[in-house]
Design a protein around this ligand. Structure first.
Ligand SMILES: [Zn+2]
Length: 316
């Protein structure tokens, strides 16, 4: 569904809409762009379309109210906790977002709850976690959900001990790691800063990389919740007040995974509609960070089998 495609055209900095049809850039180096200019739209990688969500067999499901496509040129910011321009949600519309995965147990439980209600969200994955559980990252993608990124190691990028190169590395290695976990499929150019701490230099940098920044409208503070009911209570208390919004949750957390079925039931019962957010084109990872990920010597696979069950002598 492309009902709202173009809804956010106003954020485009007039880049030509040739991302998917333009031939590879010429070999000759183009004239250097001004430092803050967005990369050319032609840089978007070509890749097969993402699988669609499964057909819905639950006639009473929450479902998806509408899908919007985001032109991330220039790095627009979403979420009124930090950004003030892009008020695209209508009353009683919500966007579900899940941070810090993929994680064993909890992310699959979140995927099941979303599938049972035929609905969707954005997963802001930590690069390291994606390298621990690439099969779970692939499940998120195969189920038709949007995947964004959330740095390589969840470093707080306002930390004064980090220089700008290290901050960029956190952002870029996160992107490259998620791409690696997805078997070379680039995620969306959607990024969320850890702890919603936004160093201005990196906000500018993401603009030059044409990566949208996601804060939130409504923080569930699920990482502080002592049980599933608390996660639900905070969300609905804030929703009652605000009426709509981008909701920040964590698929990394057990209580959130436990609370999600009831949260989704209640969203439906109280007349809320889920809005799916898709990127117009995938993110363009940078080759040096793709290579850095391949050199990580601690990449784990999802396999927990002991070496003796994987490797057996057939001749001595
Ligand atoms: Zn986080």
């Amino acid at each position: 569904m492309r009902v709202a495609a173009g809804l956010l055209v106003a954020v485009s900095l007039c880049a030509p809409s040739l991302a998917w049809s333009q031939a590879a850039p010429p070999k000759a180096a183009p004239a250097p762009a001004p430092a803050a200019a967005p990369a050319p739209a032609a840089a978007a990688p070509h890749q097969p379309p993402q699988p669609a969500r499964a057909a819905c067999n639950n006639p009473n499901a929450l479902g998806v109210g509408r899908t919007v496509e985001i032109d991330t040129t220039g790095g627009p910011g979403f979420g009124f906790q930090h950004f003030k321009e892009l008020d695209f949600l209508k009353d009683h519309e919500v966007v579900l977002t899940f941070d810090d995965g993929p994680w064993i147990g909890n992310t699959p439980a979140v995927l099941k709850a979303l599938a049972d209600e035929c609905t969707t969200g954005i997963f802001f994955e930590i690069g390291k976690h994606a390298t621990y559980y690439p099969e779970i990252a692939k499940e998120v993608y195969a189920a038709g959900h949007t995947i964004g990124t959330h740095t390589w190691s969840h470093a707080t990028l306002t930390n004064k001990k980090l220089n700008d190169d290290q901050r960029k590395e956190e952002i870029e290695k996160g992107i490259s790691a998620v791409k690696w976990a997805l078997g070379g499929i680039s995620p969306a150019p959607f990024f969320r800063f850890p702890a919603l701490q936004h160093p201005p230099e990196m906000v500018t940098y993401l603009g030059t990389r044409n990566i949208a920044i996601f804060s939130c409208d409504l923080d569930s503070f699920d990482f502080k919740a002592r049980n599933a009911k608390q996660v639900e209570d905070v969300i609905f208390k804030k929703l009652a007040k605000q009426g709509k919004g981008i909701i920040l949750m964590h698929d990394f957390h057990k209580h959130t995974a436990e609370a999600l079925p009831e949260i989704l039931h209640r969203l439906k019962a109280e007349g809320y509609k889920v809005v799916a957010m898709r990127a117009k084109a995938p993110v363009q990872s940078l080759p040096q960070y793709d290579e850095a990920i391949l050199k990580e010597d601690k990449l784990q696979t999802v396999s927990q089998r002991p070496v003796s069950s994987v490797v057996t002598d057939v001749t001595q």
